[in-house]
Design a protein around this ligand. Structure first.
Ligand SMILES: NC(=O)c1ccc[n+]([C@@H]2O[C@H](COP(=O)([O-])OP(=O)(O)OC[C@H]3O[C@@H](n4cnc5c(N)ncnc54)[C@H](O)[C@@H]3O)[C@@H](O)[C@H]2O)c1
Length: 243
């Protein structure tokens, strides 16, 4: 049995994770903690194999360090990590010989959407991304949007066409991630959606993913809890644990 502690357990994602871990016969929920709790002390008390973290972008990096330093494996859904932070945490996990995951998106469909987008970008280099989330999302653009743009950039073999930089209103063309435009929508009624919009010669292609409920992220969380205990490196992106 893999023992799991959930940090951010009172939040929207944390509550779903509590249900998902409780419903899995190979995982045992040993603790539910949140904002007022001392993470290091609780890991020491509950001795989990894995700590799932769904807290706040401002806390994710520090929490992951605490989890690794306490000898547990992090499964991090919290968003807001930058490249340098991921590299530092991968180094720390290697020193501790611990597996772990930072996942910009735990939904299997969203991971496939990113893979398919990278595949399409080999043939259709002209592409923009539109992501939509709930108004409660702390930061923009989404980690999934950034990761998709990075995967497209790594896969593109031909340069995209040059478009005009002239904006009559600042921000009209969206964020620029290595040449891929990324547009963020924040609206009630939305959980998480993304469209990767390709243009070619007299044709367009849209790859679209829609998470209709937060439970859509849970098969990925459960898979990650089972996989990180078998590994000794920290990976970025659920796709590294899916095959
Ligand atoms: N990777 C994914 O697939 C995925 C999907 C959805 C949301 N998210 C991310 O997960 C995080 C949580 O989202 P949510 O919608 O559940 O938010 P939420 O605000 O509903 O819940 C966050 C919870 O964490 C607690 N918290 C905040 N800071 C904390 C800290 N330093 N230590 C311990 N607990 C703390 C809060 O009290 C709250 O209970 C966000 O960063 C969000 O972007 C990731």
């Amino acid at each position: 049995m893999t023992k799991v502690l959930i940090n951010g357990a009172r939040g929207r994602m944390g509550q779903e994770a509590v249900k998902a871990i409780n419903n899995d016969s190979e995982l045992t929920l040993v603790g539910e903690i949140d904002y007022q709790d001392d993470l290091a002390a609780k890991i020491n008390q509950f001795k989990p194999d894995v700590v799932v973290d769904f807290t706040a972008a401002s806390a994710g990096f520090a929490n992951t360090k605490i989890i690794l330093n306490a000898g547990a494996r992090p499964v991090i859904g919290t968003s807001g990590f930058v490249e340098d932070q991921v590299a530092q945490l991968q180094q720390l996990a290697a020193e501790k010989n611990l597996g772990g995951l930072i996942a910009p998106n735990f939904s299997v469909g969203a991971v496939l959407m990113m893979k398919f987008a990278a595949e399409a970008a080999k043939y259709l280099p002209d592409v923009e991304i539109i992501e939509a989330h709930s108004p409660q999302k702390e930061e923009s653009p989404s980690g999934t949007g950034i990761r998709t743009a990075e995967m497209i950039n790594a896969a593109r073999t031909k340069a995209a066409i040059k478009t005009s930089d002239k904006e009559l209103v600042e921000g009209a063309r969206g964020a620029d991630i290595g040449g891929v435009k990324l547009h963020s929508i924040r609206l009630p009624g939305v959980i998480a959606q993304q469209t990767v919009f390709f243009g070619g010669l007299s044709e367009t292609l849209k790859i679209e993913h829609n998470s209709q409920h937060r439970e859509s992220f849970m098969p990925g969380v459960v898979l990650a809890c089972k996989q990180v205990v078998k590994r000794n490196e920290l990976v970025y992106g659920l796709e590294h644990l899916m095959d």
